[in-house]
Design a protein around this ligand. Structure first.
Ligand code: SF4
Ligand code: SF4
Length: 322
């Protein structure tokens, strides 16, 4: 996909007293493992260090985006609720896993995976007292997302968030009716959890150079949500679909990012070498363009129906070179 008329990285919003670098808050260069901290986008009550830009982002949003945000906030009042006192015993967690995955697809999910909740998926200062996360992904309409970084794509992003939140809410309600605790975590502003590490752990895909997750099914053209629960299930494992092989030589996201925010090499972040996007360069541009999204749409994995073929080709090539 080619990007049309991307605005240049000049900004209407400027800080009189710039906040602490988002990269510093994110732990860029730190060699010791620790959990992530909120910088931008949080459903919590705390004022974030980049709160002013976050507020500006909310104020400039278009009505088409805003109505999906309102709809999402309204429906998320049902993210949790009473649990049926009649508890359905689970004698076969494998069978239950199949049932729940089928239910997630029936509710509207495109992809689904199950994981225990890894440490790196929980923000610093929070604890999670659920055993499992059911992670779901939902594709965005490519014909709308081809308009990144313009407002039409922003409307589609928020529509997808609203729809996937709805799927998570329905699934959580279904589990509570079975007599097990379950809470839906819609996006983008989940307070306690980080959706990408959860999804990677649940085997939905791998982290790409552009800092987003890549799945075989939709590339990065999708959104995530989760249901946290104690319902006994079997878990999935992280997958290798060949993302590392392509990111090692591809530079499409790097070259197309207007503010040059994507590092071409992995960085040390909170004790782990990984792909990383420069927060201080990306987020002002992201705000100016109502959510940007160029990097996830120019990625070859996001081309419709490309992922399975790409994965097979990359893994075959790797095997042949040994
Ligand atoms: S979302 Fe951020 S990293 Fe991606 S292209 Fe836009 S500015 Fe660059
Ligand atoms: S555009 Fe290329 S380098 Fe960037 S994430 Fe996709 S495959 Fe990796």
């Amino acid at each position: 996909m080619k990007v049309k008329n991307a605005p240049s990285p000049t900004y209407a919003f400027g800080y009189k007293n710039p906040p602490r670098s988002g990269n510093e808050i994110n732990g860029l260069g730190e060699t010791v493992k620790r959990r992530a901290r909120h910088v931008f986008h949080s459903a919590g009550l705390d004022v974030l260090e980049w709160q002013a830009l976050d507020d500006f982002f909310s104020f400039i949003n278009l009505w088409g985006v805003f109505r999906h945000v309102l709809g999402n906030v309204w429906q998320l009042r049902r993210e949790n609720g009473p649990v049926n006192p009649i508890h359905a015993e689970v004698h076969d967690p494998t069978q239950m896993t199949e049932t729940i995955k089928a239910e997630a697809i029936k509710c509207g999910a495109g992809i689904v995976g199950i994981t225990r909740i890894p440490d790196d998926a929980v923000y610093e200062g929070y604890t999670i007292d659920y055993e499992y996360a059911i992670v779901i992904g939902l594709p965005m309409k490519r014909e709308e997302m081809e308009h990144v970084p313009h407002p039409r794509a922003a409307v589609e992003v928020m529509r997808a968030y609203k729809e996937i939140s709805h799927v998570a809410i329905e699934l959580a309600e279904h589990i509570r009716q079975m007599g097990w605790r379950a809470k839906a975590y819609g996006n983008p502003n989940s307070l306690e959890i980080l959706h990408i590490p959860l999804a990677v752990s649940a085997g939905l895909g791998q982290l790409g150079k552009h800092g987003s997750m890549i799945s075989k099914e939709y590339g990065s053209n999708f959104r995530l949500a989760a249901v946290l629960t104690d319902l006994p299930m079997t878990t999935d494992s992280p997958v290798d679909i060949g993302v590392e092989d392509l990111c090692a030589s591809c530079m499409r996201c790097v070259k197309n990012c207007p503010p040059d925010a994507i590092f071409n090499e992995k960085q040390m972040v909170r004790g782990e070498e990984k792909w990383y996007v420069d927060f201080d360069k990306c987020v002002p541009y992201f705000t100016k363009t109502y959510g940007c999204g160029i990097c996830i749409e120019v990625c070859p994995w996001s081309e419709p129906d490309n992922g399975h073929w790409l994965s097979e080709t990359l893994l075959n090539r790797r095997n042949q070179s040994f």
